[in-house]
Write a protein that binds this ligand. Structure first.
Ligand code: NAD
Length: 425
């Protein structure tokens, strides 16, 4: 593993940004093609990019129940248990509407309403992600979203992986379309003859998916633009180098552009980690991807104090942060920027990916400085509620009318003053 400096970490956010203009042009064409020509365009793009000609995109109820029947009971049980954990965690996020009444009889409040229609993108392509089905759909269900449509690319055999469909069946999702990439995002955003439009699109995907989401944003809402995975492990001399190495590699194996960084106060641990990463890489089935990722942006930052180590973490703002120190709770308060924080030696990152309960759709590329994991609030919106009493109107009418005139909006002033007629006689 390379030795990195705090400066390297600071520069990382800008140095990793890629020029996507080539792909963006292609994505624009796909999105406008689907917008103009609907199903015919989706069919053409599915043939071109997924290698399959489909006459109907909708996954049938039989396909869903067949998938459920054919997945082994062991996996069904694990998915059920994970779904329960994830649901319980997200239920704690449910906000309450509030209404405050003042002595003059006025009421001001905030009303939460779930969005009507959500579209969830579950990536396909080279792998199957039942965990993404759970992490996107459960918060939407907890929020109370009435219509949830799921899209996921078909394989060249025209099928969707059974783990993905079985998970949908467990969650009770039946509106599923076999479409992927930018054409799926465009279909969800604008609707086609067979795919109704949604209000918000969530879920991770490759560059075509990410750029299409960016393009349709504004016409519909989106959750975030997810970049390649990141992990930072903050540790001292008490951490085991073998465990740190395994956890770094668990993210490095995602993508050649993932980043895996150890930030430590222990030179000895840094040296041991070099050997461990080398050894463990040899045994990893996805060695080539993990190695490319470690070479792309992997390494160890050795600092003198824990304060400096935590400052470095905050500068990185990683998607995943593991804290393996003598007392991880001591660092928790000072950690300001991280998508998910895993404390102690037993909280290995995959615990959060699949099972513990918190969401695994997390802010990447330094966006943890200003954004949060996918959550129930993403599927809800707030309306302000104002109910002014006559007493409150009397007390404030002249101030409000004056404010309107300050802005040269006479119509506003007259509207609020019009109520004076009620008291004329
Ligand atoms: P994907 O579903 O994102 O993309 C597959 C689609 O891309 C295909 O259906 C095809 O239509 C389109 N496509 C492929 N090549 C194209 C081309 N040349 N032109 C136009 N469209 C093209 O699946 P993927 O590619 O395997 O990528 C999945 C991504 O999602 C990975 O980067 C993975 O790391 C990420 N992921 C992230 C999370 C998370 O929670 N952050 C979870 C799971 C997966």
């Amino acid at each position: 593993m390379r030795r990195l400096t705090r400066e390297d970490i600071k520069k990382w956010k800008t140095s990793r940004q890629e020029d996507t203009s080539d792909i963006q042009g292609k994505v624009n064409d796909i999105v406008s093609g689907v917008r103009r020509r609907g199903d015919a365009a989706v069919k053409e793009y599915t043939e071109k990019f997924d290698g399959i000609s489909l006459s109907d995109f909708r996954v049938t109820r039989e396909e869903i129940s067949d998938a459920y029947e054919s997945l082994s009971g062991k996996y069904l049980d694990i998915i059920q248990e994970a779904a329960g954990n994830i649901r319980r965690f997200h239920e704690k996020q449910l906000p309450s509407s509030w209404f405050d009444t003042s002595q003059d009889g006025s009421m001001l409040g905030q009303k939460y309403t779930p969005i009507d229609k959500a579209g969830v993108y579950v990536p396909g392509g080279t792998a199957a992600y039942p965990s993404s089905v759970m992490m996107n759909i459960i918060p939407a269900q907890v929020a109370g979203v009435e219509r949830i449509a799921m899209v996921t690319p078909p394989g060249t055999n025209g099928r969707v992986p059974i783990g993905v469909l079985a998970t949908a069946q467990i969650l009770g999702v039946t509106e599923i379309y076999k479409i992927g990439g930018a054409q799926a995002i465009a279909a969800l955003a604008y609707g086609t003859e067979t795919i109704p439009a949604v209000d918000k699109i969530t879920g991770p995907g490759n560059m075509f998916v990410a750029l299409a989401k960016k393009q349709v944003f504004g016409d519909v809402d989106i959750d975030m633009i997810a970049g390649p995975s990141e992990i930072a492990v903050l540790c001292d001399h008490t951490a085991r180098a073998g465990e740190v190495a395994a956890d770094l590699l668990s993210q490095a194996e995602h993508d050649e552009r993932s980043s895996a960084v150890c930030i430590t106060t222990s030179r000895q641990l840094a040296d041991d980690l070099d050997r461990e990463v080398k050894e463990q890489l040899k045994q990893l089935p996805r060695k080539n991807i993990a190695e490319a990722s470690i070479n792309f942006f992997g390494g160890t930052v050795v600092v003198d104090t824990m304060t400096e180590a935590v400052d470095t973490v905050n500068e990185f703002a990683p998607e995943h942060l593991e804290v393996m120190t003598e007392n991880p709770y001591e660092q928790l308060g000072a950690i300001r920027h991280a998508g998910a924080i895993f404390l102690g030696p037993y909280s290995s990152e995959p615990v959060g990916d699949y099972f513990a309960g918190p969401n695994h759709v997390l802010p990447t590329s330094g966006t943890a400085r200003f954004s949060s994991p996918l959550n129930v609030h993403d599927f809800m919106k707030k309306s302000s509620v104002i109910s002014y009493s006559a007493a409150a109107w009397h007390r404030n009418v002249d101030k409000i009318a004056s404010f309107a005139r300050l802005e040269d909006l006479e119509g506003h002033a007259r509207a609020v003053e019009k109520r004076k007629e009620r008291f004329d006689d």
